[in-house]
Structures are given as C-alpha cells and as structure tokens.
Design a protein around this ligand. Structure first.
Ligand code: GDP
Length: 151
C-alpha cells in the first residue's frame, strides 16, 4: 500500500460544491489517513515548492497557495500516487479540458496556477511533503498499522 499527499487549492475551498465532489471521489478511491485545513504560509510554500524556485511561475504559485486555506489529505491505496494523479489530470488546465474533460482539473481548474489540486509525483516526494504539512504525523507508522489491519 502506497501513500500520497493531495492538496486542494484555495479557490476550490471557497466552492463548497466542488470541494464536496472531490471529497466524495477521494473517499471512493482511497483510505484517508489524515486530513486538515492548512494555511500554507510563505515559509511552508518555499519548502514545499523548493524544486520550482526560480521558475517563471514560482512567485505566482506560492502567492496563490498563501492566499487562503488549503485542504490537505494523506491518501493510501494501491499505487496511490498514480491513481490520484490520474484523477487530477494534466497540470495545464487547457490540456485537461481537451484531453480529459471529466478529471478534477478540467472540472474545477481556472488556470495553470489555480489548477484545483496538488498531488505528489512519487512516494518519496509524498513523504517529504507530508513531513512539511503534517509534521505531527508519523506517516510510516500509520501506513504500516493500516496495512496490518487488512492482513
Ligand atoms: P503537478 O505535479 O501536476 O502539480 O505539476 P508540477 O509539479 O510540475 O508544478 C507544480 C505546480 O506549479 C502546478 O500544479 C501548477 O500550479 C504550477 N505550474 C507548473 N507549470 C506551470 C506553468 O507552466 N505555468 C503556471 N502558471 N503554473 C505552473
């Protein structure tokens, strides 16, 4: 069983219908090991998006993530990283709309910055990102305990 981190971006949190639809989709597809509303401060977004520092969209992205609360979830399933990324769809919203019109980003994304959600790109990234947004959470211990419950 693999874990991944999902983050619902600020504009979706202000859209109760969209947030509920996404939560339902998540509950149908994953075991939710942890979830919380989180304010991604400048300091947190600098750590979270360190690999993008220096890119043209970096300031726009970190400012947006800082503009209101986000909703972060630790998800567990078989191949959860790829599963959540498939549900999100392509990073760029125009591509999502044309190629996968039912994906989350096609339905609720507004622009490449405001593309509705984040998903880790590997389990190693997930553990790093979970450590930033859920410092209190011992993800390995919880994931292990959940796996044992089912064996
Ligand atoms: P993701 O894994 O699909 O979220 O994509 P990345 O890790 O490559 O990028 C992180 C975030 O940066 C994305 O979710 C986008 O919000 C933003 N981003 C990436 N590429 C672009 C771009 O070309 N333009 C803008 N405005 N934002 C981008």
């Amino acid at each position: 069983m693999e874990v991944t981190l999902a983050v619902i971006k600020p504009h979706v949190l202000r859209n109760t219908y969209a947030l509920q639809q996404i939560k339902t989709l998540i509950e149908e597809n994953f075991r939710v090991l942890g979830h919380k509303e989180v304010h991604i401060t400048k300091e947190l977004s600098d750590r979270f998006y360190a690999e993008h520092r220096g890119k043209f969209f970096y300031h726009r992205l970190t400012t947006f993530m800082n503009s209101g609360p986000c909703y972060a979830l630790i998800l567990q399933s078989e191949a959860s990283v790829q599963k959540w990324r498939r549900l999100m769809g392509p990073t760029k919203v125009f591509r999502a709309v044309y190629t996968e019109p039912q994906c989350i980003r096609a339905l609720y994304g507004l622009s490449d910055t405001r593309n509705a959600c984040h998903g880790s790109d590997s389990e190693a990234s997930a553990l790093r990102e979970i450590g930033i947004l859920f410092p209190e959470f011992d993800v390995l211990a919880v994931a292990d305990r959940e796996s044992k419950k089912r064996t």
